[in-house]
Design a protein around this ligand. Structure first.
Ligand code: ADP
Ligand code: MG
Length: 238
């Protein structure tokens, strides 16, 4: 579970082609980072995988099944939105329980899942609070908790830490890496931050104008950038 293949995936908005054609295989359990400058198509690619946007051509295969036309809920993936996507009027407990309630799960089963997720994320003491009564880092953990309870085949993160201050960002980066080691679930993480890419990824996908400039481990990209774009983005210390 958690193998994702993009086969000649394209995306246009009207006349504008944002993703000319992408081939990519993400292995089960891999931590893959999509990195590139603003506007290069990172969010669009993630949204295509999630099913929040329709592909214009090609194929998306998830765990051996053609998911190109599947609605988001059928893909078994969980998108982690920035923490401001929490429901402000609901407790932490209810925020995390929400997707399970929507899916029609019974309360006792929901309760177990919410408490297990809270334990993993160090939120047990905060379940009755509202998002406004939490720190930025705690709010981000609630957003992750809401994804965890669904036991997805993969987690999709779109710049989840960009709202946090620099110090908190470093801590959350470690927390997400630790979560990946614990759950061993596929994670796709979008960022424009080279340091995040270098420190978190098993595999980095560098995007430039909707094309893959290079795919490789952080060390491969650092030592053997294929071109000046990759070198400028990853290879050279800033
Ligand atoms: P990134 O996340 O790397 O900053 P995006 O995927 O958000 O980039 O955007 C890539 C390109 O696609 C940009 O030029 C953006 O303007 C365009 N784009 C994204 N979404 C839409 C949309 N719904 N309609 C038209 N153009 C879009
Ligand atoms: Mg984006």
């Amino acid at each position: 579970m958690g193998n994702i293949q993009l086969q000649g995936v394209t995306k246009s908005f009207g006349e504008t082609t944002v993703i000319p054609s992408i081939d990519l295989e993400i292995a089960d359990g891999e931590f893959v980072v999509f990195v590139g400058p603003s506007g290069c198509g990172k969010s669009t690619l993630l949204r295509l995988i999630a099913g929040l946007e329709d592909i214009s051509g090609g194929k998306i295969v998830i765990d051996g099944k053609d998911a190109s036309d599947s609605p988001p809920a059928k893909r078994g993936l969980a998108m982690v939105f920035q923490s401001y996507a929490l429901y402000p009027h609901m407790s932490v407990y209810k925020n995390i329980a929400f997707p399970l309630k929507m899916a029609g799960m019974e309360s006792p089963a929901i309760d177990k899942k919410v408490r297990d997720a809270a334990q993993v994320l160090n939120l047990t003491d905060y379940l009755e609070r509202r998002p406004g009564q939490l720190s930025g880092g705690q709010r981000q953990r609630v957003a992750i908790g809401r994804a965890i309870v669904r036991e997805p085949a993969a987690f999709l993160f779109d710049e989840p830490l960009s709202n946090l201050d620099a110090a908190l960002r470093v801590g959350m980066r470690l927390e997400i890496s630790e979560l990946h080691q614990r759950l061993k679930t596929t994670m796709i993480y979008v960022t424009h931050d080279q340091v995040e890419a270098m420190t978190m990824a098993d595999k980095i996908v560098v995007l430039n104008k909707g094309n893959i400039a290079q795919v490789g481990t952080p060390l491969e990209l650092y030592h053997h950038p294929r071109n000046l774009f990759v070198a400028g983005f990853i290879g050279s210390p800033k």
